[in-house]
Design a protein around this ligand. Structure first.
Ligand code: SME
Length: 173
């Protein structure tokens, strides 16, 4: 009896993107889908869950999408898709904590060059983090998306994701 050779599951391939050569995403369609998902639902956690699933299914070459919520001045893990992740992040720590401390989105082409980056999944090589605000423009959390590839997220991705988070905030926070 012959035994079929087995191969170990390989990690996601780590590509290196050049600027303006990242995967294209139809953000017009994604924004419409997000609007349809959240327009008649006021529960923020449920909407975060569906938003993370929508992005995880439709963005190429990513390994984690999720939200951290600002609770008692700490970021606490919220709805996400991907491997288990660190639960609490201090303001000012890592990419997520920096986005909150500075109130500014972070587009990190190589997380290993980011001082204090928190490696939840060793496969992650680039990352984008967008602050999520309430109707008073106060930061109430972040959207975090990770990729196994270097420089996965373009400026266009960042701007489109910021618009999606503005849409999310306008409807639900
Ligand atoms: N890398 C993040 C931590 C969250 S995980 O990537 C899901 C950071 O440095 O803040």
């Amino acid at each position: 009896m012959s035994i079929a050779p087995t191969t170990a599951p390989s990690d996601a391939e780590a590509r290196i993107y050049t600027d303006n050569n990242q995967p294209e995403t139809d953000y017009t369609l994604l924004s419409k889908q997000l609007a349809a998902l959240i327009e008649s639902e006021k529960d923020t956690i449920a909407n975060m869950a569906n938003c993370s699933a929508l992005l995880y299914e439709n963005l190429e070459d990513i390994n984690w999408v999720g939200f951290y919520r600002l609770v008692d001045n700490q970021l606490v893990l919220g709805p996400f898709q991907g491997k288990v992740a660190c639960v609490r992040i201090e303001i000012g720590k890592g990419v997520c904590g920096t986005a909150v401390a500075e109130g500014v989105s972070q587009r990190v082409s190589n997380v290993h060059d980011f001082p204090g980056h928190i490696a939840c999944d060793a496969a992650s090589n680039s990352e984008v983090v967008i602050p999520l605000r309430n109707s008073n423009s106060e930061v109430i959390g972040v959207l975090d998306i990770d990729s196994p590839s270097i420089n996965r997220f373009s400026e266009k991705d960042l701007l489109a994701l910021e618009e999606m988070m503005a849409l999310f905030s306008a409807n639900h926070c």
